[in-house]
Ligand binder design. Structure first.
Ligand code: FNR
Length: 410
């Protein structure tokens, strides 16, 4: 109501309310490299399209004449009440789209009291975002580096920064095949972008070799200049020389992930942190069962927004099977969430909450903190309206019976 009244009073929103126009305008506002990196997905981008198409195959069957004057969007997650079943997904390299990057996102999360998941590849150190977040919830997302000392240090910092869960992303042990980036010959990490968690980490810094090792990567011409400028700028921010930055970027690319990661490592992780462990990137019901058997605390059904495997199942389609296999483990979902109605569908099909990905990056690209705040506000307003107009007064009332795929509610 507040959003309608404000709009009717002549105050136009800063960023488009329509999810489609939001993406289109952000695409125009971003540099070619940023747009390719943020919007692009793996291969022919079939997984990304499938993620969206799956939402279109489920329809609400609203009920009427039920008192919906008081509504509650709140949800309990890992011992804390969240004001809504929504957190901001971990998204790396945000300085590609806005100078204030993660800091603007943290301020928007604080203003809306929505949880933020700090990316391992953030452009701003987690401590700075934690300070900007105030009392809003925060989790830390881990890419499990092949250097366990660095992992331990990141986990300890996350605990100190007030993170309430560790989200281990499992679908990116290797970077997916992304033609839009490949066509531009572009990898932001080589310009020092998205390395803030490492460059601010004392253990990582102690491991930076004195000289950059031979990487075989030799940018030329404009690319050389852009790479050198990026490294220089990021180095200055963290008090590192150009040589140290080149060495740091090379050490990062050599150690960023461990493709040999397997279930026994999850047991090791349990011993490294007392925080709840959430596995992000589960799509198969068998993996959900294994997750439960290995004592993790939660699951995110995610295909990284279709950025990793081209032609895989939509996360919404995988959700019911994963949720059934997960038993009483909380299951979250991301990949394809664009509207409040999408959130309601995901919850009806078994998700406890969702992570919002690209839409908030589009808001950031167009209007910084204000843009992110508006995107969050619009999505929550639509979720609230969807609940009410479906005759439901709380998130807990959402279930398969609200959707037509299971037949009209009985
Ligand atoms: C991501 N994602 C991601 N995931 C993660 O665990 N760590 C990260 O650093 C990133 N970085 C990242 C960058 C960009 C540009 C995108 C688009 C995505 C994946 C993210 O958390 C989430 O799973 C997807 O964004 C969900 O898909 P949609 O809804 O954005 O399409």
């Amino acid at each position: 109501m507040e959003i309608y009244v404000t709009g009717a009073g002549g105050a136009r929103p800063t960023v488009p309310v329509s999810a489609t126009r939001l993406e289109a305008e952000a695409a125009r506002a971003m540099t070619q490299e940023a747009a390719a990196y943020v919007i692009g997905s793996a291969g022919l981008e079939a997984s990304m399209a499938a993620n969206r198409a799956a939402f279109g195959r489920h329809r609400f069957v609203p009920r009427v004449l039920r008192d919906v004057s008081a509504r509650d969007l709140g949800v309990d997650l890992f011992g804390r009440r969240h004001r809504a079943p929504l957190l901001l997904a971990p998204i790396g390299v945000l300085e590609l789209v806005h100078r204030q990057a993660d800091l603007a996102v943290a301020r928007a999360a604080a203003a809306t009291q929505i949880g933020m998941v700090f990316s391992n590849q953030a452009s701003v150190a987690m401590e700075d975002c934690a300070a900007a977040l105030g009392t809003a919830p925060r989790w830390f997302q881990l890419y499990w580096s092949s250097d366990d000392d660095v992992v331990r240090s990141l986990l300890a910092r996350a605990e100190k920064a007030g993170c309430e869960a560790i989200v281990v992303t499992l679908d990116t042990t290797l970077l997916g095949w992304r033609p839009r980036d490949l066509d531009l010959g572009y990898l932001p990490f080589l310009r020092g972008m998205g390395l803030a968690q490492y460059l601010s980490d004392p253990v990582f810094r102690s491991k930076i070799p004195a000289r950059p090792p031979e990487t075989g990567i030799r940018p030329r011409g404009a690319k050389l200049l852009a790479t050198a400028y990026g490294l220089h700028r990021k180095g200055r921010e963290f008090g590192l020389s150009m040589t140290a930055m080149r060495a740091a970027a090379a050490y990062f690319t050599a150690t960023y992930s461990r493709p040999d990661l397997n279930w026994t490592d999850i047991g090791r992780l349990r011993a490294m942190t007392s925080l709840p462990i959430i596995l992000k990137g589960i799509r198969h019901a068998v993996d959900a069962r294994l997750a439960r058997e290995h004592g993790v605390d939660g699951i995110v059904v995610s295909n990284h927004g279709g950025r990793q495997v081209d032609g895989e199942t939509a996360t919404l389609d995988a959700l019911p099977g994963v949720a059934a296999a997960a038993g009483d483990l909380p299951v979250l979902l991301d990949s394809g969430i664009r509207t409040g109605a999408d959130i309601a569908k995901a919850l009806a099909l078994g998700a406890r909450a969702v992570l919002l990905g690209r839409p908030y990056v589009y808001g950031l690209a167009l209007a910084g903190e204000t843009g992110v705040r508006e995107v969050i506000g619009n999505i929550l307003a639509e979720l609230d309206l969807t609940l009410a107009l479906c005759g439901l007064d709380s998130i807990a009332a959402l279930g398969p019976g609200c959707l037509a795929a299971d037949g009209p509610p009985g």
